[in-house]
Design a binder for this molecule. Structure first.
Ligand code: COA
Length: 243
């Protein structure tokens, strides 16, 4: 929005959306329309996209960022827990992309950015559900880039590592990060929301016109050096859940 977009934000909770929209408009002076929608419910998506087009007249960029996650060993995930995360992340990304493509991008071109993660690259401990969903999104990104490229649609993934002051960090044990763990990250710090915003800005800009069907990892090199020890992580999870 600081670079000139008016924006529609969507989520399940209208109260949180309204609050965020007011904050974003105040910070940037741009228009922000909050629309309630669950990415798992196609009929809500169709209505939301119609509403967005009625209010804005066009859609240039779609950012798929809806995600659900928690730390859990695969063996203790219920069938429904695995399914729920797949439905929010992977199905949600497909559902929204399909509706926006059919209703607008097919005739006008556009840009889709899917926010994934680095979990799936190494089979991260306690993250079977989220890693499987993010891997599906990365595969989907390639398929859609191939099929929709001729319609002038670019499809990309941005894969953040640990990002400070986010719901994800709180849920995934980030609040227990010590300075010693941070020192293992090659750039010696965790990421910020601004870092991810800047990466997405590059991806959607004209400077990135050759990029489609691939993933930009934005994690300061974290996935190259991060510990991935299942036994130790499971013990840490048990310790934290008792705090
Ligand atoms: N460990 C193991 N299983 C869990 C869990 C946890 N911490 N939290 C939820 N589940 C299971 C539930 O028990 C349920 O399975 P069951 O029916 O077999 O008992 C299943 O996951 C679905 O949970 P429910 O709360 O009904 O789903 P929901 O759609 O309301 O919520 C979640 C989805 C679980 C992903 C919830 O954490 C959420 O809404 N997250 C959104 C924000 C978020 O996670 N952001 C972080 C991004 S990194």
């Amino acid at each position: 929005m600081r670079h000139g977009c008016d924006t529609v934000i969507v989520s399940r909770r209208q109260d949180k959306l309204k609050q965020s929209a007011d904050l974003l408009t105040k910070a940037t002076g741009r228009r922000c329309v909050p629309i309630q929608m669950d990415v798992r419910k196609p009929e809500q998506i169709i209505k939301a996209v119609d509403d967005a087009l009625a209010q804005m007249g066009r859609i240039d960029i779609l950012i798929n960022g809806a995600a659900g996650n928690f730390l859990a060993p695969a063996a203790s995930l219920s069938f429904n827990a695995f399914k729920t995360v797949m439905e929010i992340d992977a199905h949600g990304t497909f559902n929204v992309s399909k509706v926006v493509y059919e209703k607008y991008f097919k005739d006008h071109g556009g840009m889709i950015v899917n926010i994934t993660a680095t979990l799936q690259m190494r089979g991260t401990a306690l993250q079977t559900h989220a890693g499987s969903a993010k891997a599906a999104i990365e595969a989907m990104t390639k398929h859609l880039a191939v099929e929709w490229g001729p319609d002038r649609v670019r499809v990309m993934c941005v894969a953040p590592g640990p990002i400070g002051d986010t719901e994800g960090m709180n849920r995934l044990g980030g609040k227990h990060l010590t300075d010693n763990i941070v020192k293992l990250i090659p750039i010696q710090r965790i990421g910020t929301k601004q870092d991810i915003g800047d990466t997405v800005l590059y991806v959607v800009s004209n400077a990135a016109q050759l990029l489609t069907g691939t993933t930009i990892i934005a994690d300061g090199g974290n996935c190259l050096t991060d510990d991935n020890n299942f036994i130790a992580r499971r013990a840490m999870l048990q310790k934290f859940s008792k705090l």
